[in-house]
Ligand binder design. Sequence first.
Ligand SMILES: Cc1cc2nc3c(=O)[nH]c(=O)nc-3n(C[C@H](O)[C@H](O)[C@H](O)COP(=O)(O)OP(=O)(O)OC[C@H]3O[C@@H](n4cnc5c(N)ncnc54)[C@H](O)[C@@H]3O)c2cc1C
Length: 658
Amino acid sequence: MNKDKPNRSRDRELGMHRAISRRDFLNGIAVGAGSILASAWLPSLTLAAETANFAQNAPGYNPAALTGMRGSHPGAFEVAHAMRDGKFWEAAGKPVDTHETYDLIVVGAGMSGLAAAYFYRKQAGPSARILILDNHDDFGGHAKRNEFRPGGRLLLANGGTVAIESPFPYSVEARGLLAELGIDPPALEKKSMDRDVYRGLGSGYFFDKETFGVDRLVPGVPGGSYGSPVAPGRTAWSEFLAKTPLSAEGQRDIARLQEEKVDYMPGVPQAEKKARLARVSYKDFLLNVAKVHPDVIRFYQTRTHGLYGVGIDAVPALDCWAINFPGFQGLNLDRVPSKGLTFTAKGEVTPQERYHFHFPDGNASIARMLVRSLIPGSIPGSTAEDIVTAKVDYARLESSSSPVRMRLSSTAVRVRHVGDEASAKEVEVTYGRESKAYTVRGKGAVLACWNMVIPYLCEELPARQKEALRYGVKVPLVYTVVAVKNWTSFHKLGIRGASCPGMYHSSVNLDQPVNIGDYKCPHSPEESILVRMLRTPCQPGLSAREQQRAGHYELLSTSFETFERNIRDQLGRVLGEGGFDPARDIEAITVNRWPHGYTYEYNPLWDPDWSEGQRPCDIARQRHGRITIANSDAAAAAYTDQAIDQGYRAVQELLSLS
Ligand SMILES: Cc1cc2nc3c(=O)[nH]c(=O)nc-3n(C[C@H](O)[C@H](O)[C@H](O)COP(=O)(O)OP(=O)(O)OC[C@H]3O[C@@H](n4cnc5c(N)ncnc54)[C@H](O)[C@@H]3O)c2cc1C
């Protein structure tokens, strides 16, 4: 079946004709006006635009409440792409000089940029004048918030960053920042994460007819969705597998991988085993070392999607050992950090305090707390509990009375020293906003945007640094959130979620249940709830970097309607036997599209083994005069704490100059 091809009668069944909530207007005001104007940027660069009434200053502006295509939303990327393609300046005309001067200009209002502003103000003092620019219509970078109101009740989801956790313990600075904001993750985890709501519900596997020959949901995956070892008395793998449409050989080999302790590399010393596992993909390990039937690959192919953004063809077997995938039990490998593990996997085998705390809107709550601290009056309240339901007054973000200001829908297009880099006292930043270009000046600039953008922004950087900045290819992925009228279908089927390895989204799950402050998660299956779906547009067969490039293109060229049709089709098929009817039960859809998602992490399958200090990210993040570089790409590690640490370092580099 062609999943993208419209079909009228099927579309009616899926409810494609039903208007679902896609709120582009609130209180009669175009809350996305910035985006709409910005997307008209190229044809209308020379048109005069209103400068005073920017969208973020309009009453009722609340981009988190928008549904439809979010994440990298229309209007967020066109200016940057015009800059990349060398078309920006052709049409831009002369920028308007705002005559504004700041102590610090931060490009990027993600976790790294907000943390940089926070650390700078803490050290330079409360009167430090800081301007933060971001190309999106909301702050937070990947740490974005989605709001839904099915039946008038507020339901929140993370549009990107899920949780406070990290492969490694947070640094003194990152943990200190959380503590100063009032966030104690282990205490909040204990108090707020509700472990009872889905009690009795397990994980399922959905086998689709296009991949497995038949549509069939098989609930009760032994050991949960990751298939970890089965506790005594629980369903055995053979019992579960017998209900699947997999071939007898496939079933036999999956049961062997999951339950037997086989040394597939007998006689090979442990260090050599690890070295070999680091150089083969998990897929190749399964096929060529564990010698499984090819059916096994389809079963596991997407299991790495959530963590790596690619399938098992592109993830080293050694990493899969570290994250407890099956097949390694008999290899007798010591669970200690070893050479050849990626950053993420090394953390998994490093002993440390473990916690996982998820705000209902993910780490958007941290971003909101940072903004509340930086711009007094922008968000009411003072605790990690009250931030969750607090409303942002976006008009306060660039209030002239605040020393810290934030400009949304503002894409930096040029950053350069005023005069010679070695002796300059100022940096000039030009940004495009709502069809015009503007310049501002600062004593220094932190580029807390993505590494790959920086060579276009900052032409004066040395060639070697530009090359290093271009090295990583960010990992594309999509977090889709669907508000549904109830979750009785999940309840009837006995699942809280399902892996769907052959489908458009590779998983479907009920949202994580959290009660915090005034926010209460749904408890009864009759209540509205949010369903989360993951899509990674990868293309097995290509290198990881090529898969990621192809994924960027795919995401930016796929319409919301194509997503919607696939979402309705998938939910109808996975949950249909539980009584789910997409036409009746879907209330709203938000597709959080991240063509430039996770930071590129180095991986022994695809990257050289650089010597200390010579990784591209080490070269890329060098200070250049009064311009320093933050963001998680600067650490080659896709985690919140890494973004904060890089913000801290970039600020220290600047402050050491004055
Ligand atoms: C879907 C997803 C889920 C994740 N889940 C987790 C998790 O559970 N836990 C965890 O620790 N980490 C997680 N991460 C990683 C974590 O979110 C990031 O490492 C971190 O938030 C990155 O922060 P940052 O400020 O470096 O970058 P970003 O958040 O990307 O912020 C950079 C900002 O700069 C903007 N920008 C770029 N160019 C320009 C320009 N020219 N002008 C103006 N602005 C510009 C960008 O658009 C963006 O808004 C996740 C990431 C993604 C994508």
